[in-house]
Ligand binder design. Structure first.
Ligand code: NAD
Length: 276
């Protein structure tokens, strides 16, 4: 799938170093974003979630000519400390951060939100999908250049399920609402230091995360049938938006949630064939 992507090359990110959190395989949104940023000259470091994923992630990272990889379970404070410590030790600083991480248990991602959300499941979804962004933004900001030196940029990935109900999305929608609020508060706190914080609200895309949602594949179908563009969200579109937000093109944009979903978010009632 990833071989079909077409990312414009150039120098928009030349001289910039960034950390990408959330590549699991070649379909990960974080991977598409990484390829676009690398095509524009960025130097990248990657965190990955433990040994099992390393086997899939390392060949991808190597294929871009990079080798800076750090194992990281974002629920572990000591691992977060070590990861950002390694960035500081090796690079001395950081220009941008891509947070592309979320998790909720399979049992939570189906049926009734009120019936299926346990206290532990809620805490886990919020910890991994929201707190990790707040924590990472804080740690990354400490490594970013001053406002006078150009500041930095931070993005995360969110979904329409934060704003409206989506079947089975449930507690993850609640978490994404938290993530979007966290984006605005982080943008407020870090803006005075020249650090821009924004989120991309991507339409449904065929990744491991989507597979964890009961009926997740049908979300792709509605995207194709109902969106204004009558197509699924493209990796090129999402990665292009990431490039825009992380590069100087995104100057003056902070605290924004940009929908990259072929217009799906703006539908009130979908176009349907009139009943005969
Ligand atoms: P993905 O499964 O490829 O990526 C999710 C990543 O989260 C994986 O790399 C996984 O290792 C990581 N992760 C989960 N728990 C972790 C933990 N405890 N510590 C460290 N890493 C952990 O799926 P994706 O679709 O590329 O998801 C990336 C982001 O995009 C997520 O925030 C997701 O909610 C968001 N998003 C996805 C879609 C979609 O339809 N696929 C749409 C909008 C937004």
């Amino acid at each position: 799938m990833s071989d079909q992507w077409d990312f414009p090359s150039g120098d928009l990110m030349r001289g910039k170093r960034g950390l990408v959190m959330g590549v699991a395989n070649q379909n990960s949104i974080a991977w598409g974003i990484s390829r676009q940023l690398a095509a524009q000259g960025a130097e990248l470091a990657f965190t990955y979630q433990g040994e099992t994923l390393e086997r899939r992630v390392r060949p991808l990272v190597t294929s871009l000519g990079f080798d800076f990889m750090i194992p990281l379970d974002v629920t572990q404070d000591d691992e977060m400390e070590r990861a950002f410590g390694e960035i500081k030790a090796k690079w001395g600083g950081l220009d941008f951060l891509v947070h592309s991480i979320a998790f909720a248990g399979k049992d939570e991602l189906q049926g009734s939100m009120v019936a299926n959300t346990s206290r532990a499941g809620f805490a886990r979804a919020m910890d991994i999908s929201v707190y990790s962004f707040i924590d990472a933004a804080n740690r990354a900001s400490e490594l970013m250049p001053s406002k006078e030196e150009g500041g930095g940029s931070i993005i995360c990935l969110t979904y329409l399920g934060a704003e409206r109900t989506v079947p089975s999305y449930n507690v993850m929608g609640v978490a994404k609402a938290g993530l979007e609020a966290a984006t605005r508060y982080a943008a407020r706190d870090l803006g005075k230091d020249g650090i821009r914080v924004n989120a991309i609200s991507a339409g449904a895309m065929r990744t491991l995360s989507l597979a964890g949602i009961r009926g997740g594949k049908s979300l792709m179908g509605t995207g194709k049938d109902w969106s204004f563009l009558k197509e699924n969200t493209s990796m090129e579109g999402v990665a292009g938006c990431a490039l825009y937000l992380l590069s100087p093109l995104g100057r003056s944009i902070a605290g924004e949630i940009i929908h990259v979903d072929a217009g799906f978010h703006a539908i009130g009632v979908p176009d349907m064939e009139p009943e005969s």
